[in-house]
Each structure stands twice: as structure tokens, then as C-alpha cells.
Write a protein that binds this ligand. Structure first.
Ligand SMILES: [Zn+2]
Length: 356
């Protein structure tokens, strides 16, 4: 029985979208069910790999001698629209001719650069882990995911979803699940699960801002604006959770709450999104956005440093929203000083999200 798993596979699409997808006549039901079954397999992969000692995991991945000056170690594989991972390793000449390969290569490089130049973190594990990416996974596969050891990207159905390689914030969101796995390792259920999702959105949006050199005023704070076809739709909004899409022909309105009084209580099952992890992540997302706007400038120079320190030093697998609030306020005080602009901004952020 699939009731509660500590570390289900982390897909970008929440059940409030993928479940409704099954009801649309565009998508053959058999394909959706097939995809679900595969997701179950990924979930067990995820549990297996996250429980594995790091030394064993590195042996199973392609390990390389560490260069004197750290640089990103990235590998790209073409799954050939089948389902066995990782697929066939792509040559440089093949990558140059494949838009999705170029998107993933660029997004993964930018993400590595972000963590290394801002936090001196060498890859997801802080120790130069090779970033393995498989593209063209399955037939019209509508998801992107971190399965505990590598990234997987589908092509989308080209009707509702474009390729899942189109947004750098989606690539960075999934890679952030990898960072979280080596840091707080939040359980993927209820409030720790919503924090897992939120930290991925927070680092996803910061990587996009970093790549585009955007300050907090210039950012649109949207996740997945390109993968969702249609100009007025995105997957999530950190600035205004609950407004990323409205009157969408398949999914209606964005259901994310922005504040704690609107917290959604769902069952801890796959159908219940493991207690609403993709819904309630809107609350800590809104706290981060508000804090970043209050602090001003580039988010990664202010509250981004605070969120990173909380993720890597203070929080653990069972942490809830109140602990995230206390940890970030305390890290802001430590890094920027009592009553500093950033310390006040972080306090105001959680107040705006009504987290007590
Ligand atoms: Zn996620």
C-alpha cells in the first residue's frame, strides 16, 4: 500500500494538475496510468538512494578524479522516448543539435555556478557530485523530476505542456531537491514536505534571477512560465501564491494558499499530495518573497544566504513551518546582525505569511 513514504520521488507537477490531467480527453488514460506506475518505481528509487551511504552512491554514479579547481561535472543522456535510465550518453555534436540538451546543459551549469559562486558549494552534495541528466524520457511525458540520484525530463504533450527543459527555474527547482537531500533532508509529507517543495521553489527562482541578473523588483517570481503553454499561465507564483493560473481549461484556478490561516489539510497519500506539499509550500514561499522584497537588491545576497544557512545548518527532516521561521530569523541575526535590514525583513516575511 502506498500510504506514507519518507522520500517519494520529487516531480515538478503536483497532483492537483496531474490528476486532473487524467480526466482530459487529450491524454490517453493508459498513458497516464503507465506514468503513475513509473512514478511509483521512481519513488522507491528515491527511498533507496536517499538511504544509501554516500560512498556507495558515488560508486554507482560515474565518479571522477577531483580537479584542482572545482568545476561542474555534467552528463547528458538521451532516453530515446523509452523508459530505461539513464539512456544513451550524448556526444558534444549531438548536444549542439538538440534544443532540450542545450537547455538542460545551460540550466545545470548555471545552477552549479550559482551554488559555487554564492555559497562555495561544489555541486548538490558539496563534494563535486556528477550531475546526471536524462532527456526525452518516455512518450510525451509530462513531468520533470529528481529521483534521488539524477534528473529526468519529459518532452511534454505539446498541447498543454511544452518541453520540461524550457524553464531554468524548473531545472534549478529539481536540482534543489538534490541539495535538500544532502542537507535538511525534509520528509516528503505535511509541513516538512511543503518546506521541501518551498526550498526548491526558493532556490529555483534565485537561480533564474542569478542567470538573468535580476534584482527582486525585476523578477516576475514565477515558476514554470514556459513549460505551461499559454501566455497567462505559470505553475506557481511566489509573489502571489494562488494566482499563477486562473480559469485554466484543464485545472481551473491555482489552489495555493499564501498564509497560514488558509493552510490546507489533506491526507498523507499520493492523492492528497502527501498532505498538500505542493499546495502549502505557497506559505513559506510567500514568506521568502516578502522578506526578499523588504531586504531589496539581489535576493541571493540577502535572504538567500539566510535560507541557505537554515537549510544546511539548522533544519532537519521533521522541521515544520514554525521551526523554519525561527531558524531563518536566527540565521539572519547571526549573518547580518540584530535589527539589521535583513533580520527585520525575515521577521516581516513570516509575519506576512501569518506563521506563528
Ligand atoms: Zn518539487
Amino acid at each position: 500500500m502506498c500510504t506514507s513514504f519518507r522520500n517519494p520521488v520529487q516531480c515538478i507537477l503536483p497532483p492537483y494538475i496531474s490528476n486532473k490531467f487524467k480526466k482530459t480527453k487529450d491524454v490517453p488514460l493508459a498513458e497516464s496510468l503507465d506514468n503513475d506506475l513509473r512514478n511509483y518505481r521512481f519513488r522507491s528509487d528515491r527511498m533507496f538512494f536517499s538511504a544509501m551511504p554516500k560512498a556507495n552512491m558515488e560508486m554507482m554514479l560515474v565518479s571522477k578524479a577531483k580537479p584542482a579547481k572545482p568545476r561542474a561535472s555534467i552528463e547528458l543522456y538521451h532516453v530515446g522516448h523509452k523508459y530505461s535510465l539513464p539512456g544513451k550518453r550524448m556526444k558534444t555534436t549531438e548536444i549542439a543539435k538538440d534544443k532540450d540538451a542545450k537547455n538542460v546543459l545551460n540550466g545545470t551549469k548555471q545552477t552549479w555556478n550559482f551554488y559555487y559562486s554564492i555559497f562555495k558549494r561544489n555541486s548538490l552534495d558539496g563534494d563535486g557530485l556528477t550531475l546526471v541528466n536524462s532527456i526525452h524520457y518516455g512518450k510525451k511525458y509530462k513531468n520533470a523530476m529528481w529521483n534521488g540520484r539524477q534528473m529526468v525530463f519529459g518532452d511534454g504533450d505539446k498541447k498543454v505542456f511544452g518541453s520540461f527543459t524550457l524553464d531554468i527555474d524548473i531545472i534549478a527547482h529539481e536540482l534543489a531537491h538534490g541539495v535538500t537531500q544532502y542537507a535538511a533532508n525534509f520528509d516528503y509529507e505535511n509541513q516538512p514536505g511543503a518546506l521541501n517543495e518551498s526550498f526548491s521553489d526558493v532556490f529555483g527562482i534565485m537561480v533564474k534571477q542569478f542567470a538573468l541578473k535580476q534584482n527582486v523588483e525585476q523578477s516576475n517570481w514565477l515558476i514554470g512560465e514556459n513549460i505551461m503553454l499559454g501566455d497567462s499561465y505559470a505553475l506557481r507564483s511566489l509573489a502571489a501564491p494562488g494566482t499563477a493560473f486562473k480559469d485554466h481549461p484543464s485545472w481551473g484556478d491555482d489552489p495555493q494558499p499564501a498564509t497560514m490561516d488558509k493552510y490546507l489539510h489533506f491526507p498523507n497519500t499520493e492523492k492528497g499530495d502527501w498532505g498538500g506539499v505542493h499546495y502549502n509550500s505557497g506559505i513559506p514561499n510567500f514568506a521568502f518573497y516578502t522578506a526578499a522584497m523588504e531586504a531589496g537588491g539581489f535576493a541571493w545576497e540577502t535572504v538567500g544566504k539566510v535560507w541557505y544557512a537554515a537549510l544546511t545548518e539548522s533544519l532537519n527532516n521533521r522541521s515544520d513551518f514554525a521551526e523554519a521561521k525561527n531558524a531563518t530569523i536566527s540565521q539572519a541575526r547571526k549573518l547580518f546582525g540584530q535589527n539589521s535590514k535583513v533580520h527585520k525583513a525575515v521577521t516581516r516575511g513570516w509575519k506576512a505569511a501569518k506563521v506563528k
